[in-house]
Design a protein around this ligand. Structure first.
Ligand code: T6T
Length: 315
């Protein structure tokens, strides 16, 4: 389904001839995010659309219904005969998305990775992402501070194996946790990026790990599910929850005390810089191969001063 929350018309680019090469005056860009109707990607789309307009390009968004490589592949393949000049994409799988993206590149489209990335670093002209390993480290430090000297176990909720961002956050978290001897890892659980699965993993962990003192949810879906799991068990506030992202529901949860900390990304800036790099590549200007976007740790105490980092539901 096409995401139009930010005003995208839903059309994709035009080709100039039967060869399918983008025309020289092709000013069309396409954004293929990880999943439709999700505040992180909507905010990214808002930033990308505004920048495209500023630079005289047209950006359309085509989003898969679920965070799923097969569904995203369909969206990529649909560009086939009419490639846009530039494709901004958040690959949902660091390996499975290689072939379909490479095929678009072979037709002359400039590829820019936004947020997630392929393992193969030879496809995109530029990749814009948060420093996810650093974000995981920051989450471990935040959680350790919240727990204090109390000994206990800490659970990590990841999304799907092959999601470059959340996998790096989980890894960064687990490594940093070793610096806090009172905290023991209760392991990393995959949730398929489904809030329901995150909630059941939390229910199970509460039963199997009586000394659970903290949870790190590596993105907004795992966070929202973890909050549900804790709420159902009456454990809100007893088990510290640090989540990645700053969706409206997470922000409300922080205010209510369901989360003790959030690590917000800057998706609008990722979208904005993604467009800038695609356009630079198209216009023969210098391109930056990797760009790191900012991260911001937010707690209930400082949330009002950090409202600019909250994600949007629409532009
Ligand atoms: O955390 C973001 C994004 O960075 C990640 O790659 C996938 O999940 C989100 O979209 C949030 O749901």
């Amino acid at each position: 389904a096409l995401v139009t929350a930010c005003g995208g018309s839903g059309q994709v680019g035009q080709s100039n001839d039967a060869g399918g090469q983008p025309a020289e005056n092709n000013k069309k860009l396409t954004l293929i995010p990880g999943v439709q109707a999700e505040p992180f990607y909507i905010s990214m789309q808002c930033g990308a659309e505004a920048e495209a307009k500023k630079l005289g390009y047209e950006l359309n968004t085509s989003a898969p219904q679920k965070f799923d490589a097969a569904m995203q592949t369909e969206k990529v393949n649909a560009l086939g005969s009419a490639p846009p000049a530039g494709l901004l994409i958040a690959p949902t799988d660091d390996t499975a998305m290689l072939a379909p993206i490479q095929q678009v590149k072979n037709r002359g489209t400039k590829i820019v990775e936004v947020d997630t990335a392929l393992k193969d670093t030879g496809v995109a002209v530029s990749s814009i992402s948060s420093d996810n390993a650093e974000g995981g480290k920051l989450a471990a430090q935040t959680l350790a501070k919240l727990v204090g000297d109390k000994p206990g176990s800490v659970l990590v909720l990841d999304t799907i194996a092959g999601t470059s961002t959340t996998n790096a956050r989980a890894k960064g978290f687990e490594e940093e946790l070793k610096n806090f001897p009172n905290l023991k890892s209760a392991g990393v659980q995959f949730t398929q990026n489904e809030p329901d699965q995150a909630a059941s993993k939390v229910t199970a962990a509460l039963a199997s790990t009586p000394d659970l003192v903290g949870i790190f949810a590596t993105n907004l879906n795992t966070g929202e599910g973890a909050a549900t799991g804790l709420r159902n068990a009456g454990k809100i506030g007893q088990v510290n929850l640090v989540g990645f992202d700053a969706s409206p529901s997470e922000v409300e949860g922080l205010r209510k005390g369901e989360y003790q900390g959030l690590i917000a990304q800057d998706p609008a800036s990722i979208g904005q810089q993604g467009v800038q790099q695609a356009v630079a590549a198209l216009e023969g200007k210098p391109v930056q191969r990797t760009i790191t976007a900012g991260l911001h740790s937010i707690t209930k105490e400082d949330m009002d001063a950090n409202q600019q980092y909250f994600y949007k539901q629409q532009c």
